[in-house]
Ligand binder design. Structure first.
Ligand code: SER
Length: 324
């Protein structure tokens, strides 16, 4: 049967870029992008879906004969703390809807992103193993830890082929993050290129696992392409890109913008970051489906700055206008 992909959360930081990668892989006619709102100038098929509405997902799955679902919609770590119960409801309801529609409609494969936010103080902070103890301290992290287990449940109970990665903080020039604790590592490049001072909400020595967009897209597609029998982890795979602190990213940026100024004003997000791993052991992903990141901090910095300089050449500082 022909592969037809539904992306839920296609307007997001990752969804917008992953949708394009999937369109390239499968063809424009075989990727259905969806989100709460339709955006102008979108290339390809777009459907408005509120993923809390199971019957709407089912209608689209049936109408387009969807065979794979990428469920990227979620409220992230920092934003989620504003309304903990609502975040839990949305993150879990949307996941259950995707799992149920997938089970009932014999969907071939489902992708569900998890996060380094599933870890807490009970996990070893350096080279955090895949099977570390999970004691997340944010509602987002709790929803992802629960979600991973539900993914495995649907695999074991119903044979649904759900696959998952624990994403580090994602850094890309194509889109903007929203509501995460790792967002600073994208914003900082925009400020550098605009030659503005950066106000950092994390302490300068807070090291976190991060990954470049190219790597994260490659990891996601490699996982989804892997033969079913090679997938030995049905909760979620650790994947690492690189790890750095605000001080280290500033050091790299100053090689290109020596006058770049930064102020440190840690806020509640510092407490979230302090409980997360500093680096990740992704050897299971390497062993099972050949994962290896390509971008270190230096390469991320050179690429981000070059691409953002190209975008900002239009003279506009309206970031929305710079997307795509
Ligand atoms: N980037 C996410 C966040 O900061 C982590 O998954 O919430």
């Amino acid at each position: 049967m022909e592969t037809v992909v539904l992306v839920i959360g296609a307007n997001g930081q990752l969804g917008s870029v992953l949708t394009k990668a999937l369109q390239k892989k499968f063809g424009l006619e075989r990727v259905i992008a969806s989100d709460l709102k339709s955006i102008n100038a979108f290339h390809g098929i777009f459907e408005v879906i509120d993923a809390t509405n199971e019957s709407k997902i089912e209608e689209i799955v049936t109408r387009y004969k969807v065979t794979q679902i990428y469920h990227l919609a979620a409220i992230l770590s920092a934003k989620g703390e504003e309304t903990p119960l609502k975040t839990w409801d949305i993150n879990m309801k949307t996941l259950f809807n995707v799992l149920e529609v997938s089970r009932k409609n014999n969907i071939d494969k489902v992708f569900f992103p998890s996060s380094i936010a599933v870890f807490g103080e009970g996990a070893q902070a350096i080279n955090t193993p895949n099977d570390a103890y999970l004691d997340p301290a944010t509602v987002y992290g709790i929803s992802k830890a629960a979600g991973e287990n539900w993914a495995q449940y649907y695999f074991l109970r119903y044979g649904l082929d759900v696959r998952s990665l624990r994403y580090p903080g994602v850094i890309g020039f194509q889109s903007l993050p929203g509501g995460g604790t790792t967002d600073y590592a994208v914003d900082i490049y925009h400020k550098a290129v605009c030659e503005e001072e950066f106000d950092c909400f994390l302490d300068k020595n807070t090291t976190l696992p991060m990954i470049f967009m190219d790597d994260v897209i490659r990891a996601t597609i490699s996982l989804m392409d892997a033969p079913k029998n090679d997938i030995t982890i049905r909760t979620s795979y650790n994947i690492a890109g690189t790890s750095f602190s605000p001080a280290e990213i500033v050091h790299e940026i100053r090689k290109l913008y020596p006058g770049f100024k930064v102020k440190y004003n840690p806020d509640f997000r510092q407490e979230i970051a302090a409980r997360w791993p500093k680096s990740i052991d992704d050897s299971a992903a390497t062993k099972d489906w050949g994962w290896k990141p390509k971008f270190d901090l230096e390469r991320i910095t050179v690429t981000m700055i070059q691409k953002l300089q190209e975008k900002y050449k239009t003279g506009s500082k309206n970031l929305e206008a710079l997307l795509f």
